[in-house]
Design a protein around this ligand. Structure first.
Ligand code: PLP
Length: 454
C-alpha cells in the first residue's frame, strides 16, 4: 500500500517553507538550469522510491533554481501572484482530479464554472449571455476567441471552415494595432491566417482610430477581424474602444480585444473609464493568472456569440443545434482538462466585488509610486503615461538603461525586465501581485537608485 499522507504532508510543509521564504529571499534564482540539473539523479531509476522522499529530493534540488515570482518584489514581464484562497483551492483541484470536459461526469465543476462565468461577466461589465471558456492562458484565450471569429466571419461570407477548410476560402483580413501583443500573431499563425496588417499606434501604443477607419475603408471585400488591446505591456495603455469598435462593426468586422492583464480594469470603478465602450466587442481574451492572481495556468476566452464559440470548439457543435447549457469542453480547445474554474471562483469568493476593485487599485497605486520614485532618480525618465499597472523607464542612453537592468538582476532585491519600446532600451515594471506592499516598492526603488548611481 502506498501511503498517500506522507507525501502530501511533506508537500504541505515544503510549500509553507517556500511561501515563508518569499519575504526575505533574493528574487532571482541562485542557479541556472544546468546547475539544477547537476543536483538531480541523472539515470532513470530502475526501482521505486518512497513518495515523501521523492517530494523532498525534488524540493531540495530545485530550491536554488526557483525565482521568487509569487513574492511581492517580482515586477518582471506581467506575472501575477497567487491569492491564498486560489492556491488552497488549486491543491484541491489536483486532489479531486476531475476531468471537467463533460457536465454529467463532473457536476460540481460544471456548477462552479457556470457560476464563475456569470460572476466574471458581471464583474467585467460584459454581455451576460457571453460564453467564458477556461483555457490555459492569454495565448490560448486569443486563439480560442479568434478561432470563433475566423469561422464566423467566413460563415457570414458563405464559407464553412469546419467542412471546407481554409483552402479556396475568401480569406480573412486581420487588422491589428502596431503594438499588439506577439501572441496575437501566434494565434493567427495557429489559425492559418498568416500575418496581420498593422495599423499605426500613437505614442502610448494605442491604435489610432483614424488610421483604423482608413484601413477599414480601404477594405478589399474580404471578411475582416479587428484586434484591439486592453493594456499595452509597455505603457499599460488601452485602445480607444468606442470609436474603433463602431467603425469596425460598420464595416462588418468581428472585434476581438486582447486584455490579458488589462481587462480587469473594468472591475474597478476608478479604472473602468479605460475600458469605456469595450463591451460592444465580439470577444475578449484575458488571463486569470495575471491580474486576478490564480495559480498558473488559467486564461479566459470570452465570446459574445455562444453558438459561434461552440461551432468552433465543440466536437458535436453543429452551428444550428444550440443547447443553452452546452458542455464545458465546447468552449475550449481541450477535451480533458483540470478544474480551472475552482481557483477562479475561490479568489472571487474570497475578495468579492470590492476586493477585486481594491486589488486592481492597489496595483495602480504601486505603479504610480514607482513612476514618481523613478522620476526622482537622477538621469531617469518615465516614458509612459502611467494609467494602469505598467511603468516604462529609461536611465539615459540604451547602454545606460541596459546597465541598470543588469545591475537590478545582480542586486536581487527586485525583478524588473529589460525591453525595447518605441526604439529605445527600457526598464519595465509591472505590478500584478496582491502581496506587494509599499515597503516592497520602496525597497525596489532603493535598488533602482543604487543601480542608476553606478
Ligand atoms: C501575457 C499576455 C499575453 C499572453 O498570455 P499568456 O497567459 O502568457 O499566454 C497576451 N497578451 C497580453 C497583452 C499579455 O500581457
Amino acid at each position: 500500500m502506498i501511503d498517500r499522507s506522507a507525501g502530501l504532508d511533506r508537500a504541505h510543509a515544503l510549500a509553507r517553507e517556500w511561501l515563508d521564504s518569499l519575504a526575505e529571499r533574493p528574487v532571482p534564482p541562485r542557479l541556472d538550469s544546468d546547475g539544477v540539473a547537476a543536483r538531480l539523479v541523472r539515470e532513470l531509476p530502475d526501482g521505486p522510491t518512497d513518495t515523501a522522499a521523492v517530494v523532498d529530493e525534488l524540493a531540495a534540488a530545485c530550491d536554488p533554481g526557483l525565482t521568487a515570482m509569487p513574492g511581492g518584489r517580482f515586477f518582471g514581464f506581467v506575472i501575477g501572484g497567487t491569492h491564498p484562497a486560489a492556491l488552497a483551492v488549486d491543491w484541491l483541484v489536483s486532489a479531486w482530479d476531475q476531468n471537467t470536459g463533460l457536465r454529467v461526469v463532473t457536476p460540481a465543476h460544471s456548477a462552479v464554472e457556470d457560476l464563475t462565468e456569470a460572476w466574471l461577466l458581471d464583474l467585467l461589465g460584459l454581455p451576460a449571455a457571453s460564453a467564458v471558456g477556461f483555457v490555459t492562458g492569454g495565448t490560448m484565450a486569443n486563439f480560442t476567441c479568434l478561432a470563433a471569429a475566423r469561422d464566423e466571419v467566413l460563415r457570414r461570407a458563405g464559407w464553412d471552415v469546419a467542412n471546407q477548410g481554409l483552402l479556396g476560402s475568401p480569406g480573412v483580413r486581420v487588422l491589428v494595432g502596431a503594438e499588439r501583443h506577439d501572441t496575437i500573431d501566434l494565434a493567427l499563425r495557429y489559425l492559418g491566417l498568416g500575418a496581420p496588417e498593422a495599423v499605426a499606434a500613437d505614442e502610448q501604443g494605442r491604435i489610432e482610430a483614424a488610421a483604423l477607419a482608413a484601413a477599414l475603408e480601404a477594405g478589399d471585400g474580404r471578411p475582416t477581424i479587428v484586434c484591439l488591446q486592453a493594456g499595452n505591456v509597455h505603457s499599460g495603455a488601452f485602445d480607444p474602444f468606442e470609436e474603433t469598435i463602431a467603425a469596425a462593426h460598420d464595416a462588418g468586422a468581428w472585434v476581438h480585444i486582447d486584455g490579458a492583464f488589462g481587462l480587469f480594469a473594468a472591475a474597478s470603478p476608478g479604472r473602468r473609464h479605460l475600458t469605456a465602450g469595450y463591451e460592444a466587442a465580439d470577444s475578449w481574451a484575458t488571463d486569470a493568472h495575471k491580474t486576478l492572481n490564480v495559480p498558473y495556468d488559467c486564461g479566459l476566452a470570452i465570446v459574445r456569440d455562444r453558438a459561434a464559440l461552440r461551432a468552433a470548439m465543440g466536437m458535436h457543435g453543429d452551428y444550428l443545434i444550440f443547447d443553452a447549457a452546452g458542455e464545458p469542453m465546447d468552449k475550449v480547445p481541450e477535451i480533458s482538462r483540470r478544474g480551472r474554474a475552482f481557483p477562479v471562483w475561490a479568489v472571487l469568493r474570497a475578495l468579492g466585488r470590492d476586493g477585486v476593485a481594491a486589488l486592481v487599485d492597489g496595483y495602480c497605486a504601486h505603479a504610480r509610486a514607482f513612476a514618481d520614485g523613478i522620476a526622482a532618480i537622477d538621469g531617469a525618465e518615465v516614458l509612459n503615461d502611467v494609467v494602469f499597472t505598467q511603468v516604462c523607464a529609461a536611465f539615459g542612453d540604451d547602454d545606460a538603461t541596459r546597465a541598470v537592468v543588469d545591475a537590478m538582476l545582480a542586486d536581487g532585491t527586485a525583478w524588473t525586465t529589460g525591453s525595447r519600446w518605441r526604439g529605445r532600451a527600457v526598464l519595465r515594471v509591472s505590478v500584478t501581485n496582491w502581496s506587494t506592499t509599499t515597503a516592497d516598492v520602496e525597497a525596489a526603488l532603493d535598488a533602482l537608485g543604487r543601480a542608476a548611481a553606478r
